[in-house]
Design a protein around this ligand. Structure first.
Ligand code: GLA
Length: 404
């Protein structure tokens, strides 16, 4: 009897060590899609200690921190062009005269978390030192600087296997011992959704975003994608996303030049897709309209719903789309999206529709009348007992939370 019990304990112990050996990433770091701010979309490599500190202050005063935005991430350009004689990465002494730890400390002192960027290749996309061959050393430095988030890019990686490269860095972070969210920025080239769930918490699904609604931006050697083009690509990948492992359709362009309706639509659809919400605008100078979009707690709650289900496109007729997202407690989010340049009439008779999520097996109950709460106008507008009729402006959305 005693022997049997001992054997049982031994097996449990062995199983525990085995799972630890094979667990590549830190678990539990992103139960809902990560939220924060990243320097790239507005500042590219023109970043500094001053910019971070001012942005942190603005995150607090604008209500973004309290709205759930947590990570302040420095993208490409924070380093000097050369490593030191021991192979360590060196923060650019002009941009970060007091080093990176001081900046991380400031971010932490305001109740936020701190992120950095590097690249799996020999050089980053902006030609700063890449991590290839220095994975464990760089991970140790990030841990020592109290970094909480690493965005890891895919430039200058000729001949490298993506799964291997990202797995190596994931293991290096794990070995360094500090829980760090690992944001895989491989642009979807090697289908990370098929292999990255044990490796990182989020993976980019497409090329870079650009602040246009529905076209392509030509950068000469490559095309950046509009908001709607990214939606089309990300939509087909919903079965791969979930708590702890998210499809990342790239950082937000809200406040960076599109119209108010377009920004609102961009934000709404990112939330319907359970996308990471990483703001990419100048928080210090944003307008009230931009701030109202980014801090709309009812829309954010749809993104951050604990079920963690990426919503689906239910119908698409002549550029009028209808999206659904199952939420916890048998609630749903619905988003009517007008992609066209004309005002459109919605005429949606709930009784005639069969709203089923075939992947996650949820169904909108036809026998129940759900109340419809407009998450943008903040009004209850009726229920699903009768047909929904409304006008929708070009490039705009109407978005509701449905509750029993
Ligand atoms: C790539 C990434 C961007 C940004 C830049 C930095 O293009 O996809 O998000 O990090 O590199 O150089």
């Amino acid at each position: 009897m005693k022997n049997r019990r001992l054997k049982k304990y031994l097996i449990i112990l062995l199983l525990f060590f085995f799972t630890q050996l094979h667990a590549q990433k830190f678990d539990g770091l992103a139960p809902t899609p990560p939220m924060g701010w990243n320097s790239w979309n507005t500042f590219q490599t023109n970043i500094s200690e001053k910019l971070v500190m001012e942005t942190v202050d603005a995150m607090v005063s604008s209500g973004m921190r309290d709205g759930g935005y947590t990570y302040i991430v420095l993208d490409d350009g924070w380093m000097a062009k050369e490593r030191d004689s021991l192979g360590n990465l060196v923060p650019d002494p002009k941009k970060f005269p007091h080093g990176i730890k001081v900046v991380a400390d400031y971010v932490h002192s305001k109740g936020l978390k701190f992120g950095l960027y590097n690249c799996a290749g020999t050089l980053t996309c902006a030609k700063y030192p890449g991590t290839r061959g220095y994975e464990y050393q760089d991970a140790r430095n990030y841990a020592a600087w109290d970094v909480d988030y690493l965005k890891y890019d895919w430039c200058n990686t000729e001949g490298i296997n993506a799964k291997e490269a990202y797995t190596t860095m994931s293991k290096a972070l794990k070995t360094a011992g500090r829980p760090i969210v690992f944001s895989i920025c491989e642009w979807g080239v090697n289908k990370p959704w098929l292999w990255a769930a044990p490796v990182g918490q989020l993976w980019r699904t497409t090329e870079d975003i650009y602040q246009v609604f529905d076209s392509v931006h030509n950068w000469g050697t490559w095309n950046a994608l509009s908001v709607m083009r990214i939606v089309d690509l990300n939509d087909s990948l919903r079965q791969y996303a979930g708590p702890g492992h998210w499809n990342d359709p790239d950082m937000l362009e809200v406040g960076n030049g599109m119209t108010f309706n377009e920004d609102k639509t961009h934000f709404s659809i990112w939330c319907m897709m359970a996308a990471p919400l990483i703001a990419g605008n100048d928080i210090r100078k944003m307008t009230k309209q931009t701030s109202d979009i980014l801090t709309n707690k009812d829309v954010i709650a749809i993104d951050q719903d604990p079920l963690g289900i990426q919503g689906f496109k239910y119908s698409d007729q002549d550029s009028l789309q209808i999206w659904f997202k199952p939420l916890q407690n048998d609630e749903w989010a619905v988003c009517f999206l007008n992609r066209s340049s004309k005002t459109r009439q919605i005429n949606f008779n709930w009784k005639d529709e069969n709203i089923v999520d075939n992947i996650y097996h949820y169904q909108l109950n036809k026998n129940v009348s759900y109340s419809m709460y407009d998450v943008w106008s903040k009004k209850n507008i009726g229920n699903t007992g009768k047909a929904f009729k409304a006008k929708i402006e070009p490039h705009d959305v109407l978005m509701f939370r449905l509750s029993k």
